[in-house]
Unconditional design. Structure first.
Length: 200
């Protein structure tokens, strides 16, 4: 299983997408992903939610098929700051790209949506993280798998537990639910339009 994290807390209002802005977003783990439905009704992408949904919809055009995706989660910035809250999701994908090529495709898509890397933990229009690549232990100067902070982040573990309850961390051998239970209190997370996720 290949896992990608999607996040945004700034709108990419200037992005010119080739997609139909009138289609609705459908990031739903209960069924196979349909990219034609994964889009927010906002032609200007004037919210982080619309920005993240548009990026998700473009993944198949890069040779990255989206198999399942979690619901959208509203998440507190980590570390805590006065930034806007994020919208986050996790998607299970399939691709013929190897890990470095997949990461390069994700980073290029971030740039297309106006991502600018300035200081660590800065607000961003789009954040695409390669979380796990079929359980591989992969280490190069530009890529470490599994993602080295995956097990510390409630905004990753909550949506991951939703779509892949049988997944286990390749090194720690714990499920996302077990890793969630080990987190200290903090990192406020709630399902968009729903209730809060327990904080430990």
């Amino acid at each position: 299983m290949i896992l990608v994290g999607i996040g945004s807390n700034l709108a990419a209002s200037s992005f010119d997408s080739p997609l139909d802005p009138d289609s609705r977003s459908g990031c739903d783990s209960s069924q196979a992903f349909d990219s034609s439905q994964a889009f927010d009704s906002s032609p200007a992408f004037d919210s982080p939610r619309a920005t993240a949904a548009a990026a998700l919809s473009l993944l198949p055009t890069l040779g990255i098929g989206v198999v399942h995706c979690s619901r959208w989660y509203l998440t507190e910035p980590v570390p805590v700051s006065d930034q806007p809250w994020y919208v986050n999701a996790v998607a299970a994908v399939e691709t013929g790209l190897d890990p470095p090529a997949l990461l390069a495709a994700l980073l290029a898509l971030e740039i297309r949506f106006g991502r600018r890397r300035s200081v660590p933990n800065a607000a961003r229009t789009l954040d695409l993280d390669l979380l796990d690549y079929s359980g591989r232990d992969y280490r190069t100067p530009g890529l470490v798998l599994p993602h080295p902070r995956l097990h510390e982040r409630r905004f990753v573990l909550a949506p991951l537990a939703e779509i892949a309850p049988a997944w286990r961390h390749p090194k720690l051998r714990l499920s996302a639910a077990e890793l969630l239970a080990r987190l200290p209190p903090g990192q406020k997370v709630s399902v968009e339009g729903g209730g809060a996720i327990p904080h430990g």
